[in-house]
Write a protein that binds this ligand. Structure first.
Ligand SMILES: Cc1cc2nc3c(=O)[nH]c(=O)nc-3n(C[C@H](O)[C@H](O)[C@H](O)COP(=O)(O)OP(=O)(O)OC[C@H]3O[C@@H](n4cnc5c(N)ncnc54)[C@H](O)[C@@H]3O)c2cc1C
Length: 286
């Protein structure tokens, strides 16, 4: 039994947990994979106000947040939330091994990447990735990146720095990432191809894949897809869903809106404060 369960330990979940710890709430964070969430993938983050102004890697920010969470007594359990229910005045948060009863829940589960809008047969699918560090790296290995936003270019830079020959295929006439990041990618040798919507990805006898676009074909040993994501929410029963905004809150990237780490962290703090209001009104245990 807890005051608050936070689901997900990315920036939003950590923001919520730190806020709850500061307010003396009995909170528990469930994380199914890696503390820090998608921020771990970021090569250089220049718009997070901590630990120091300036460019720093997402992983370095996560290390700092983790330390702060430990010092604040935040408890993180390596579990995946399967579903959330509401019975009487309690939420029930179910994992494979346990059922937690709590007065409020902050869901901070981020997004799952969108697949490319082309059919992927199994031979192609095994060469298609959504995180740069899942790609088996080989110096000079060719990686085609589908997508032209910040997440696509940041990962293209990470791959290029590790010796990959990277081509970014941009659907439109100009990239959506900010100019400084695009210039950095170019300076690292990343090739940018504009007006290249991918209509097919094919295998051939030569290992690797061919990406077919109306303006030509690009061969690659692996494909990285970075074309956005959709909220990755655990299952909510109808009774739980009715409590959205009244004890059950969605924070960070999962809530929609602009996907930036500082916004997610702040949203986590905000949702934990709203949750505290609910717990208080409910005559809860704190
Ligand atoms: C390559 C890249 C570069 C980026 N660069 C920047 C940048 O420069 N500046 C910036 O501000 N932002 C950047 N971002 C975006 C930033 O990382 C995200 O906005 C931020 O991580 C969102 O935080 P979040 O906590 O909402 O979600 P996430 O970071 O996605 O965290 C969600 C967490 O929930 C966990 N989870 C999901 N489902 C469950 C479940 N059922 N049970 C338990 N745990 C669960 C996941 O494992 C994950 O750890 C970048 C992202 C990427 C991928």
């Amino acid at each position: 039994m807890r005051d608050l369960i936070v689901i997900g330990a990315g920036p939003a979940g950590l923001g919520a947990a730190l806020q709850a710890a500061r307010a003396g709430r009995d909170a528990l964070v469930l994380e199914k994979e890696r503390v820090g969430g998608r921020l771990n993938l970021a090569r250089a983050v220049g718009n997070f106000p901590w630990p120091a102004a300036g460019q720093t890697s997402g992983a370095a920010i996560v290390r700092g947040l983790r330390r702060q969470a430990r010092r604040s007594g935040v408890r993180i359990s390596p579990e995946e939330c399967r579903w959330i229910d509401r019975t009487g005045r309690w939420f029930i948060v179910r994992t494979a091994a346990a059922a937690y009863r709590c007065r409020a829940v902050v869901v901070a589960t981020g997004v799952r990447p969108l697949p490319p809008a082309v059919p992927l047969d199994p031979a192609v699918a095994r060469l298609v990735h959504y995180r740069w560090n899942d790609i088996p790296m080989r110096r000079g290995g060719r990686v085609a990146v589908i997508g032209a936003g910040e997440v696509a270019f940041d990962q293209a830079c990470s791959l290029a720095e590790r010796g990959a020959a990277v081509t970014v295929l941009c659907r439109g006439a100009r990239p959506r990432a900010y100019a400084g990041l695009v210039s950095l990618a170019r300076s690292l040798g990343v090739r940018l191809m504009l007006d290249r919507p991918v209509s097919r990805i094919e295998t051939s006898r030569i290992p690797g894949v061919t990406l077919v676009t109306p303006r030509g074909r690009t061969r690659a040993d692996a494909v990285l897809v970075a074309i956005g994501g959709e909220p990755s929410l655990p299952a909510l029963t109808a009774a739980a869903r009715r409590m959205l905004g009244h004890g059950l809150y969605i924070a960070g990237d999962a809530a929609g809106g602009r996907r930036q780490a500082a916004i997610a962290f702040g949203d986590g703090v905000d949702k934990a404060m709203m949750a505290a209001g609910t717990i208080g009104k409910d005559g809860g245990a704190c």
